[in-house]
Ligand binder design. Sequence first.
Ligand SMILES: *[C@@H]1O[C@H](CO)[C@@H](O)[C@H](O)[C@H]1NC(C)=O
Ligand SMILES: *[C@@H]1O[C@H](CO)[C@@H](O)[C@H](O)[C@H]1NC(C)=O
Ligand SMILES: *[C@@H]1O[C@H](CO)[C@@H](O)[C@H](O)[C@H]1NC(C)=O
Ligand SMILES: *[C@@H]1O[C@H](CO)[C@@H](O)[C@H](O)[C@H]1NC(C)=O
Length: 387
Amino acid sequence: MAPRRAAACLLPLLMAAAVSAGLGGYFGTKSRYEEVNPHLAEDPLSLGPVAAGARLPAACAPLQLRALLRHGTRYPTAGQIRRLALASSSKHRCLQSSAAFRRGLGPSLSLGGDESEIEVNDALMRFFDHCDKFIAFVEENDTAMHQVNAFKEGPEMRKVLEKVASALCLPVEELNADLVQVAFLTCSYELAIKNVTSPWCSLFSEEDAKVLEYLNDLKQYWKRGYGYDINSRSSCILFQDIFQQLDKAVEESKSSKPISSPLIVQVGHAETLQPLLALMGFFKDDEPLRANNYIRQAHRKFRTGRIVPYAANLVFVLYHCDQVKTSKEEYQVQMLLNEKLMPFHHSNETISTYADFKDYYKDILQNCHFKEVCELPKVNITAIDEL
Ligand SMILES: *[C@@H]1O[C@H](CO)[C@@H](O)[C@H](O)[C@H]1NC(C)=O
Ligand SMILES: *[C@@H]1O[C@H](CO)[C@@H](O)[C@H](O)[C@H]1NC(C)=O
Ligand SMILES: *[C@@H]1O[C@H](CO)[C@@H](O)[C@H](O)[C@H]1NC(C)=O
Ligand SMILES: *[C@@H]1O[C@H](CO)[C@@H](O)[C@H](O)[C@H]1NC(C)=O
C-alpha cells in the first residue's frame, strides 16, 4: 500500500543497519527508525509484517495522502558539535529529505496524478518558532524546565554520574548530567550514522540508558508534549490545514472534479510531530512525567524513541468508499504513525468515517486562532507606571 512503500524508500537516508548494542532502544528522539520497525534492519526495503494489516479498506480508493515526515538521521547540532569538539543547516536537511522522499515515491505511488506538493512552509511546519507565547513561556524560560533540571540533580542521575566518573577515573564533581548526555548522544550518533558501536557506548549499561532516555523524554514532555498546553496548541494551524486540505479533497470528489492535491508531503522536525500528536491526544499517560516518578513511569506511553525517532512519519489517508449496501458514497480516513495504523480515540478502530474524525476534533478546530493562542498578554504600561 502506498504509505508503506513511500516510507520504506526513506531508508537510504537512514543508513539502514542492524541494532548492534542493546542501548538502541533508549535514544529517545535520537533513535534510529529501525527501533520502531526492526524488520528494516535486516532488509531496508522489506515491507515487514505490518504490510498485511495496512491493506486498503474494502471498496475504497485513496483520494489524498498527507505525509508529515521528520528528517532522517542527522549529524549532531552545532551546539552539540561544539561541545563534543568534532561537524548541517536544518533547512538543508529538510530539503534533502523531501527530495529523497519524492525520488523514492517513483511511479509506484499513483493517486490520480503525478503532481505532488513538497512544501517548505515555515509558518506551518515551524509553528513553534512563530508562537510568541510558546517562546516566552516555554522555550526561553528556564523555570519551565524545572522537572528536567530536578531530574538532572536527582538520585537516578547521580548513580549514572558516579558510574561514568569511576569508569573514566574522574572525580564525579567534574561531570554533570549534560556532559554525560553528550557522551550518550555520541554513542547514539555513531550507531545511527556509521553503524558502529562507539567506545562511548561501553560507558553505559541498559539501566543507565533508561535513565538517560527518561531525561530526554522529560524534556520533550515539558517542551513539546503535554507539559504545557501551549506546546500542543501552537500546532493547531497545522492541524487546521490538514483538515482544510481533506475538506477540499472531499468537496472535489463530491463534485466529480479531479483532486487537486492528491499527495502532500511535508518535511519537518521532531518538534513538529510531537506537539501535533499531543494536540490529538496520543501517547498521553495518566500521570505527568516528573522528576520524582521515574519508576512509576517505567511503562509510560510517552516514549519519544517510539513516537518520533529519526525519519518518523505521520500519514493521513483519505479514502472514497462505495457503500455497496446503501449505495451511498462515503469518506473514510486512516492514520499511520511510523507505518503502523493508529487506533482513533473516538472508536479504538483503525479506520473512521471522515465525518466522525472531524467531529471528534471539532472543538480544537473551531478554537484554533493562532494569533490569540500565541499572543503574549499585553503589558499595561499605564499600570506599571503607577506601581
Ligand atoms: C551494521 O552492523 C551490523 C553489526 O556489526 C552488521 O551486521 C550490519 O550488516 C551492518 N549494517 C550495515 C547497513 O552496514
Ligand atoms: C516560566 O515558567 C513558569 C513555570 O511554568 C511560569 O510560572 C512562568 O510564568 C513562566 N514565565 C514566563 C515569562 O512566561
Ligand atoms: C478504547 O479502549 C480503551 C482501553 O481498552 C478504553 O479505556 C476506552 O474507553 C476505549 N474507547 C472507546 C471510545 O471505545
Ligand atoms: C491599564 O491600567 C490602568 C490603571 O490600572 C487602567 O485604568 C486601564 O484600564 C488599563 N488599561 C487596559 C487596556 O487594561
